[in-house]
Ligand binder design. Sequence first.
Ligand SMILES: [Ca+2]
Ligand SMILES: [Ca+2]
Ligand SMILES: [Ca+2]
Length: 152
Amino acid sequence: MHAPGPGPNEMRPSPILAVVILLAGAALAGPTVARERPDPMEMLAKSDANRDGAVSRSEFIEARRARFAKMDRNGDGLFSDDDLPRLVRKRAGDRFAQATQGLDANRDGRIGRDEFVNGPTRLFDLGDTDGDGLVDRNEMERLRAAMAARKR
Ligand SMILES: [Ca+2]
Ligand SMILES: [Ca+2]
Ligand SMILES: [Ca+2]
């Protein structure tokens, strides 16, 4: 069973994911480049591990696993505000909890590796409009265009 994909007007990138990526990017790069917003599309495109031009669901999930390993800076298997540099943590304040709510299935303010890796695949689902389990080149371009249109 596959639910019908969202129409073009309902397409929107998950704000939750965007903030998580933003915070994670800030945590990785340090506060000086925090304003350089990582592009979720770039990350999706980079998930194509076997370079066949299409991102499969398992490639997407594997890329997420790798991303989690980087986000979890203290390596305790949880992504929490402990993993953010102090400056970022201060600035993020409550926004961290708000931003991660959608992924934080058990609401303990920390995101476990499984919660993150097996969390909703919104970006992927948005991209895979024909529901074949792959975001191919064309679908990627459409998604990119749809997201770019929303930013304007
Ligand atoms: Ca691939
Ligand atoms: Ca951690
Ligand atoms: Ca597809």
